[in-house]
Write a protein that binds this ligand. Structure first.
Ligand code: 5AD
Length: 345
């Protein structure tokens, strides 16, 4: 049995097998073809959209790769009001958005009470929509209160599953163990959980990527977000090269084959490194796109990496042209809450 058949049939792939699949361009076509088939079995040609609302760029963390890190004093910081956030949802709903993703840097820039009010405000106004949070590491009690306020999903990328690599990317006070514990807590509470990692981050090896896949196999997340690392001029990694498109595509395809039901976005980062990156991500097995619903005045300020797409098809108001782009590769953006289709469900 060849490698790709093995992957499709879950025939215990060894770490060596995975390394070869990740590392070799020669497997790319077959991987993408098979991933595309598996995606069609579970999701047809449907593409779910999520309206991304970047509620604050304040951040107490100092991750070495990220443009909104606390040491970046050049950045003007902002925080949206509850009214501004609800108004983003009001704009998104008629455009067909049925999931709103609230994303921010990490820290107590909103109290738990404020966040719960925002979450329940959205759920009251739009009971047919999902609220996804992407607010970083919080205590079990905070996560619990968000869930009780009505939040449905939580995105928290593990970034890298290798301890040493984690140390290279993050300051001392952050730990992979805490990240893992947060993900376990989120699952325990009942969130649909998303994790993921950057591709081509500084110091990353193919072995690290295999560890990332193993980490995800253990976690069994509902959502998996990956995208290329992209450098930002005001970070210690300003001169590190960006992640590669083709490596990302192979990994998306491998993820689709390993996690047939997962919700996998074709990320903004992928669209930011190559003109048609997002379309290519869909053809590799991704089934979600996350246009930006943030107020246009703050979009430039949420610059986690340089040259982030924010004004063309990435912008929610340009949904029509995004629909055309998605249709150009044979898929359809649909108006749907877009929950994960669980195995056997
Ligand atoms: N390049 C690409 N992705 C990045 N992220 C943060 N900084 C960068 C960067 N320079 C990703 C992280 C984070 C997500 C919100 O954005 O994976 O979890």
């Amino acid at each position: 049995m060849n490698l790709i058949e093995k992957l499709c049939k879950y025939k215990d792939l060894s770490d060596d097998d995975l390394e070869r699949l990740i590392d070799n361009r020669q497997y790319e076509k077959a991987l993408m073809h098979n991933a595309e088939e598996v995606r069609r079995v579970h999701y047809g040609t449907d593409v779910y959209i999520r309206g991304l609302i970047e509620i604050s760029n304040c951040c107490q963390n100092n991750c070495f790769y990220c443009g909104i890190r606390s040491d970046n004093k050049k950045l003007k910081r902002y925080r949206l009001t509850k009214e501004q956030i609800i108004s983003c949802c009001n704009q998104g709903y008629p455009l067909g958005f049925r999931t709103f993703v609230l994303q921010s840097g990490e820290g107590g820039f909103f109290s738990d009470e404020e966040l719960c009010e925002i979450i329940s405000g959205i759920k009251t106004a739009y009971p047919d929509c999902a609220v996804t949070l992407s607010l970083g590491e919080k205590s079990f009690a905070s996560y619990r209160s968000f869930f009780d306020a009505g939040a449905d999903r939580y995105l928290l990328r593990h970034e890298t599953a290798d301890e040493e690599h984690y140390r290279l990317l993050h300051p001392q006070e952050m730990t992979l163990e805490n990240r893992r514990q947060c993900l376990i807590n989120l699952k325990k509470i009942g969130f649909q959980v998303g994790s993921g990692f950057m591709v081509g981050s500084p110091g990353q090896t193919i072995k690290h990527l295999v560890r990332d896949l193993r980490f995800l196999q253990e976690l069994q997340p509902d959502m998996i977000g990956i995208g290329p690392y992209i450098s930002h001029r005001d970070t210690p990694f300003y001169d590190c090269p960006n992640g590669e498109l083709h490596l990302c595509l192979r990994l998306i395809a491998i993820l689709r084959l390993m996690f047939p039901h997962a919700l996998i976005p074709s990320t903004t980062a992928l669209g930011s490194i190559t003109e048609n990156g997002r379309e290519l991500g869909l053809t590799a097995g991704a089934n979600v796109v996350m246009p930006n619903l943030s107020p246009s005045g703050v979009r430039k300020l949420y610059e986690i990496y340089n040259n982030k797409l924010s004004t063309k098809e990435e912008a929610a108001e340009a949904i029509l042209s995004l629909k055309q782009r998605v249709a150009s590769v044979g898929y359809n953006i649909i108006t749907d809450i877009g929950h994960v289709k669980k195995a056997g469900g």
